[in-house]
Write a protein that binds this ligand. Structure first.
Ligand code: NAI
Length: 342
């Protein structure tokens, strides 16, 4: 049932590949930062997944109540709670997917990079524990600035000798979700049909929706392209300002992250038709990490889809060139942070 609500037509698997899904599919998912604004609704959505057998909720505080509450939902997965650093290792044992929304969110006037100092350390500590306790798991990084926290995670995993670039994902699904919503509204399309690839990174101008590649094919005036692009890039700030100090996007983010988890689990389960945009190690451009559509399979990223970057419009080509210096700097900042740590 969940599949229908998360996947647009373009992402749904063909009827044939659906037959691969075994009825006893049972995956373990850990959420680190599970008591937070994103963590709680994300835990609820993952609790609804028929593919999940156990949900491990970890936070530094307040997670016991969240787990007790969720555990009363009559869906198959077992809910376990883990509080504080001493229980972190156990929260990760045997898990297939680790989702990390731990950290502080933006307040009005802040950029995602303003979160760097706090969140960089949180992500580093958590990914070290993942390396030690769940080295085979797929890792989904939500904590901002994603453009830097994903490179930090990669360095930590390398340092631990367990880095598999196919298994490390920066979650940019919310950019796609927003692009799909705004385009469908603007063009009066049925939401379920719309799929817009979003490439680059996950902050300001590094978020590049490729409107010319929208499915189904739609045409936009130059003004519409500009307006939609800017709205998609600033959509996070729209929420930060509306919440006026009470945080950033949590519900739409949880929705987007749950879709990414569900897609990953379907891929692990053998569905051969799973595509999502994500910020991953990539050779698509001269940057070491780049968000694009990727095909996800049993072992993580199976292919990086290069065709979306071919035949760009002049506007998109220029925006792509313009975003590279900022994205490069954010990536390098993350790598430098991780390398200067003991
Ligand atoms: P929040 O403050 O409501 O929740 C964060 C949670 O992390 C809290 O429960 C806190 O106790 C926990 N936490 C802090 N340090 C921790 C540690 N060392 N280990 C485990 N848990 C820890 O924040 P919210 O709104 O849930 O946002 C979380 C992060 O997600 C922020 O960095 C935010 O910028 C990012 N975000 C990312 C988006 C994306 O598209 N990738 C979209 C929206 C937010």
């Amino acid at each position: 049932a969940l599949r229908g609500s998360f996947a647009s037509k373009a992402q749904k698997s063909s009827p044939r590949s659906q037959h691969h899904l075994s009825p006893q599919a049972s995956y373990k998912v850990a959420i680190l930062g599970a008591a937070g604004g994103i963590g709680q609704p994300l835990a609820l959505l993952v609790k609804m997944s028929p593919l999940v057998s156990a949900l491990h909720l970890y936070d530094i505080a307040n997670v016991k109540g969240v787990a007790a509450d969720l555990s009363h939902c009559n869906t198959p997965s077992q809910v376990l709670d883990f509080t504080g650093a001493s229980e972190l290792a156990n929260s990760l044992k045997g898990v297939d997917v680790v989702v990390i929304p731990a950290g502080v969110p933006r307040k009005p006037g802040m950029t995602r990079d303003d979160l760097f100092n706090i969140n960089a350390n949180i992500v580093k500590t958590l990914v070290e524990a993942v390396a030690d306790n769940a080295p085979e798991a797929l890792i989904h990084i939500i904590s901002n600035p994603v453009n830097s926290t994903v490179p930090i995670a990669a360095e930590v995993l390398k340092h631990k000798g367990v880095y598999d670039p196919k298994k490390l994902f920066g979650v940019t699904t919310l950019d796609v979700v927003r692009a799909n919503t705004f385009v469908a509204q603007k063009k009066n399309l049925k939401l379920i049909d719309v799929d817009v690839p979003v490439v680059g990174g996950h902050a300001g101008i590094t978020i590049l929706p490729l409107l010319s590649k929208t499915k189904p094919s739609v045409s936009f005036s130059d003004d519409e392209v500009k307006e939609l692009t800017v709205r998609i890039q600033n959509a996070g700030t729209e929420v930060v300002e509306a919440k006026a100090g009470a945080g950033s996007a949590t519900l739409s983010m949880a929705y987007a992250a749950a879709r990414f988890v569900e897609s990953s689990l379907r891929a692990l389960d053998g569905d051969g038709d799973v595509y999502e945009c994500s910020f991953v190690q990539s050779d698509l451009t001269d940057l070491p990490f780049f968000a694009s559509r990727v095909k996800i399979g049993r072992k993580g990223v199976e292919a990086i889809i290069s065709s979306d970057l071919q035949g760009l419009t002049e506007y998109e080509q220029k925006a792509l060139e313009n975003l590279k210096p900022e994205l490069k700097a954010s990536i390098e900042k993350g790598i430098a942070f991780a390398q200067k740590q003991p």
